[in-house]
Design a protein around this ligand. Structure first.
Ligand SMILES: C[S@@+](CC[C@H](N)C(=O)[O-])C[C@H]1O[C@@H](n2cnc3c(N)ncnc32)[C@H](O)[C@@H]1O
Length: 227
């Protein structure tokens, strides 16, 4: 995938990146910030923590991109004193310079932003401690090449839409992703289609329609309920 990237503004005033090669934004044009907060932080992370009163949580994200989902999650966990172990998977990492141009520093504490931007290149090589509560590692590989012994409490699935990258949503990709979900863990994504629901159900998970981010009626949340 050739990176032909441009910063563009979305309807809530926050920026996203338009990839002209793919023909798609990194976030909803209705609002990058509100999508990230609603789909991933509220419906994924906070939903998990509500039912699992943990002082630690592990998150895996498919499609790390700008790191907005990580930043908002780490900001919340830092404020709540929750230990966060975060792994992003990203086949085509953005440059630090491009991430620096997103304006996402406005949405998190200056200390978190500074340590994120400073440590981003290293996080592409190994796990780094960003502050006393947040650890980040970004696996520079394609989803299907990602391997780990770890399983995660929450999975954020933030691939480009199925019309642009159908191979990210087929059974092989979803089954591979769900191998890394702990029993009791929660998978969230911004989209919901009949195919996706059927695939996830056939893998034994409980599928739930949750209210979507502004501009989308519904999103999908799935839980791995068996042990
Ligand atoms: C919708 S964007 C993700 C937005 C990101 N979560 C953010 O907040 O900026 C999809 C991301 O998936 C990445 N990607 C594309 N193909 C991939 C693959 N096969 N494996 C892993 N990541 C991939 C893209 O480079 C892009 O960063």
């Amino acid at each position: 995938m050739n990176h032909e990237l441009k910063i563009v503004q979305t309807a809530d005033g926050s920026n996203t990146i338009f990839n002209s090669q793919v023909g798609e934004n990194y976030h909803s044009h209705h609002g990058a910030l509100q999508e990230s907060r609603h789909v991933f932080v509220e419906s994924g992370l906070k939903h998990f923590l509500l039912t699992n009163k943990n002082d630690n949580v592990s998150i895996m994200e498919v499609g790390f991109g700008t790191g907005l989902n990580f930043l908002l999650s780490a900001d919340y966990c830092t404020a709540e004193n929750i230990q966060l172990d975060y792994t992003g998977i990203e086949a085509y990492p953005l440059t630090t310079e491009m991430i620096g141009q997103t304006g996402y520093n406005e949405y998190v504490t200056p200390a978190l932003w500074d340590t994120f931007i400073h440590n981003y290149p290293e996080a592409l090589q190994k796990q780094v401690n960003l502050n006393t509560t947040s650890q980040l590692q970004i696996a520079h590989c394609k989803l299907l090449d990602f391997q780990s012994d770890k399983q995660y409490d929450v999975i954020y699935f933030d691939a480009f839409a199925v019309v642009y990258q159908p191979e990210m949503w087929d059974e092989a990709a979803i089954a591979h992703t769900l191998k890394f979900l702990k029993p009791g863990g929660v998978f969230v994504t911004y989209a919901i289609t009949g195919n996706l629901k059927r695939t996830i159900k056939s893998l034994g998970l409980r599928v739930e329609k949750a209210p979507g981010a502004p501009g989308k009626r519904e999103m999908l949340r799935a839980s791995r309920t068996w042990i």
